[in-house]
Each structure stands twice: as C-alpha cells, then as structure tokens.
Design a protein around this ligand. Structure first.
Ligand SMILES: [Zn+2]
Length: 215
C-alpha cells in the first residue's frame, strides 16, 4: 500500500539512494538520456552507489546515485568535490566516479516534504516495524497509514510508518487503538534535521561525506 507511485516495493530488496528526489530533477532532459547511453559502464552496483549532492553553497541537499551524478557532471550542472576510488569506462574514456558533487548554480530548495518516499520512511524508521518493533529487510516492509486512508488519513511523514506485512494485515483498515496495536514512536515529520539525519544514515560508511554532514 504505497502512498504514491514512487513507493513501489524494491523487489530486489535493495536500497537505491534517495533523500530528496525532487532536488535535482528538472535538470534532466534529452541530453541527459543521451549521456546515460554513452556510459556503457559495467553493470552492477557501482552506478547505484550513493553520491552526496551539495548546493553551490556547499550545503548538503540531496543524495543521488552515481549514474545520475555523472550525468549532472557531464552536463556541466555539477562538479565533483570528492571522488570515489573507482572508475567507469565508456567506449573511449575512463570516467572518475564521484562520491560528493556540488551544483554549480545555487538552487533554491523549499523546505517542504518533497522527500516523502517509501525509502525515506523506511530509513527514518530504521527498517523497524513500528508495531512489533522488529527489524526487517526493505522487501519485507510496507508502509502503513496510521490513520487509514479510508478515514481521511493522509500520506504524510506524520501518518506513514514502516510496517511488516503481518502487522499490516492484522491492523487492516483500523486505527492502532482499534486494532490493539501500539506505535513504537510517534512518526516524526520531515524537517531539515530529518533530511540531514537521512543523509548521515546513507553516508555513514563514506568518510568523504563526513565534513559536509557532521559539523
Ligand atoms: Zn510488525
């Protein structure tokens, strides 16, 4: 039960980086698609590795995947600030793979809940079912509307929680109280703090992100 069409279950159970999908969209056009095709990188996870996106002011604003980050670089929208220890090869060139990129033009980022997505909700809830408080792989979790949609419950950070299928079934179309379930914690709304928190969770293994996220 996704809140919108971006919330489809990742069948591979694999996580694709996403914090604020809207932040660098709008810059992808036909040129972007062409660039995609010319990078015949070896298939695999490298192109899906998370890349931290900084605004022109060095403010962290987003997390994207290597593939998209390289498109932004090739289009001259962004430049690499930190490199990954890897390269991808196209027919003629070896391309260095970024770990952190920075947008060359300042982009106004309205503080809104655009970052609402299945992945981000699961990240916020640390892949923990908010009813039975057990940790599951992403593929075994769904999103539960705390107040069911049939009762006017909205698809928002405050009304969506990570939920295992079992709890989701037993809750059905009821409120937690009606179903005799208790929320592990009140779902936190999206704030700048949440956004940083998510970026830290995604980037905790990458030392190169550190100086932009922990200060
Ligand atoms: Zn559960």
């Amino acid at each position: 039960m996704g809140a919108n069409r971006h919330m489809s279950v990742d069948s591979r159970g694999r996580y694709t980086p996403e914090v604020d999908g809207a932040a660098v969209s709008g810059s992808e056009g036909p040129a972007g698609s062409r660039t995609h095709n010319t990078i015949s990188a070896r298939r695999g996870s490298l192109m899906q590795e998370p890349v931290l996106v900084l605004n022109a002011t060095y403010e962290p604003i987003n997390v994207t995947a290597v593939r998209r980050a390289m498109v932004l670089m090739l289009k001259g929208v962004a430049q690499a600030e930190e490199m990954h220890n890897a390269e991808v090869h196209s027919a003629a060139h070896a391309h260095e793979v970024p770990s952190v990129i920075r947008l060359l033009a300042y982009r106004h980022i309205p503080q809104q809940s655009r970052a609402l997505s299945r992945k981000n909700i699961l990240l916020r809830d640390r892949n923990t079912c908010q009813f039975c408080v057990r940790v599951f792989p992403s593929s075994e979790l769904t999103l539960d509307h705390v107040v069911p949609r049939s009762r006017g419950g909205r698809s928002s950070w405050e009304n969506l929680v990570a939920c295992c299928y079992r709890c989701n079934n037993s809750k059905g179309d009821r409120t937690p109280e009606e179903a005799g379930l208790k929320l592990a914690r009140r779902p936190r709304p999206f704030t700048l703090h949440t956004s940083r928190q998510l970026m830290r969770l995604i980037g905790h293994r990458d030392e190169r992100w550190r100086k932009y996220l922990f200060y």
